[in-house]
Write a protein that binds this ligand. Sequence first.
Ligand SMILES: Nc1nc2c(ncn2[C@@H]2O[C@H](COP(=O)(O)OP(=O)(O)OP(=O)(O)O)[C@@H](O)[C@H]2O)c(=O)[nH]1
Ligand SMILES: [Mg+2]
Length: 297
Amino acid sequence: MFNFIKNALKKVYTTVSNRLTALFGSAVVDEATLTTLRTILLEADTGVTTTNQLIATITAQMKSGKLTTGEDLRQALERELLACVTVDQYDRQDASIILLVGINGSGKTSTAGKLAHLFAQQGERPILVAADTFRAAAVQQLKIWAERTNSLFIQGNDGQDPASVVYAGLEAFVQGKGTRVIIDTAGRLQTKSNLMQELEKIRRIISKKCPQTPVSTLLTIDAMLGQNSFDQAKLFHESTHLDGIVLSKMDGTGKGGIVFSITNTFHVPVAYITYGEELSTIKPFDPHGFVSDLLGN
Ligand SMILES: Nc1nc2c(ncn2[C@@H]2O[C@H](COP(=O)(O)OP(=O)(O)OP(=O)(O)O)[C@@H](O)[C@H]2O)c(=O)[nH]1
Ligand SMILES: [Mg+2]
């Protein structure tokens, strides 16, 4: 058992796991068992497309006689869910520049602070860049996280071009004032073309100023929004290159299936999950641990 932050995700695990465990106890798996499995997956936010794919694969295995007991079903589901979340794995752990994007309230600023904490604990010196210049309160909010994590804080004036604040942050990085740059952006860009232009401008500044430095663009998604978060994820996916997803507020949902539908739909790996208001409530996503705990292994 991996015990992947089991307590924090209790809500996810107890809601989904208990129902699955009951199915895995079946002596014989039949059509009715798979109908129940389908309902559990859908209610866990796995989404219609991903759920149908999973059920189709498992049905084929049942029909060919390879899957007859509840234990066979557990193994098959584990294999398929793992395949879903390991096809695309997050490989930018070493990125020195992290750009956080996402819609209003999805958890960008909190994630920026939590990442700073995570890196600081590993002996790094984070630089937090307040590129959300649309609201003074947004800058203030990040400043508090910077103080809590002892990070260098870079801010601009109200309404200043976000890209120029990013430039100032990169300048500090190039001068050796920090080892990781974490950029918090605004979530309130109304149209896709606005969004695309804004993110492109920031990306351009980064590649000009730090051409050799690995960059990671992370999209924060509020796990509590479930399938409603898909339209937003789609907007960002179409507007910029995404390296990973931060699934935020996992503590507030009993529906772990969102992990599978997001990765299966967008082919962008979950990089981190967040699960609370505290500094330490962030973890790199561990696909094996997550699946194992979800299945009640
Ligand atoms: N329970 C819980 N709440 C969270 C988590 N992450 C963020 N929140 C809360 O969600 C709300 C929005 O978080 P922010 O970090 O401000 O989100 P944002 O994307 O920066 O929002 P904008 O700047 O308005 O676009 C705040 O009230 C946070 O405290 C989490 O992991 N768990
Ligand atoms: Mg914010």
